[in-house]
Design a protein around this ligand. Sequence first.
Ligand code: MN
Length: 128
Amino acid sequence: MKRKILVIEDNEQNIYLMTFILKNNGYEVVQASNGYQGIELASRDKPSLVLLDIQLPVMDGYTVARELKSNPTLADVPIVAVTSYAMVGDREKCLEAGCVGYITKPINPETFVAEMEKYLSSNNNDSE
Ligand code: MN
């Protein structure tokens, strides 16, 4: 079965790039361009992993991560922050909010899938 990745990102180019790379690597992709939509789609689709932009309109990625983690049916879904924030402390903020890890923008097409899969492999006990 194809693994489903939920991409929550508001930047067109990043959405395009991540979707392109993931599909080329055999993943199914679901996209949301804001946090509310992301939470809705996560509840509906129960993805294998969430790629979460931190700098999102209206509801920031930290809030989205906390919301997802507070939902018992989604608490096991790994959330990987994808963000250009490079300041000291941001990584910790992501982890505190419930993210399992961090991928830095700009996205490197050579390493992106391998970086993501580090976090997927820790979640092999999916019931589906
Ligand atoms: Mn953004």
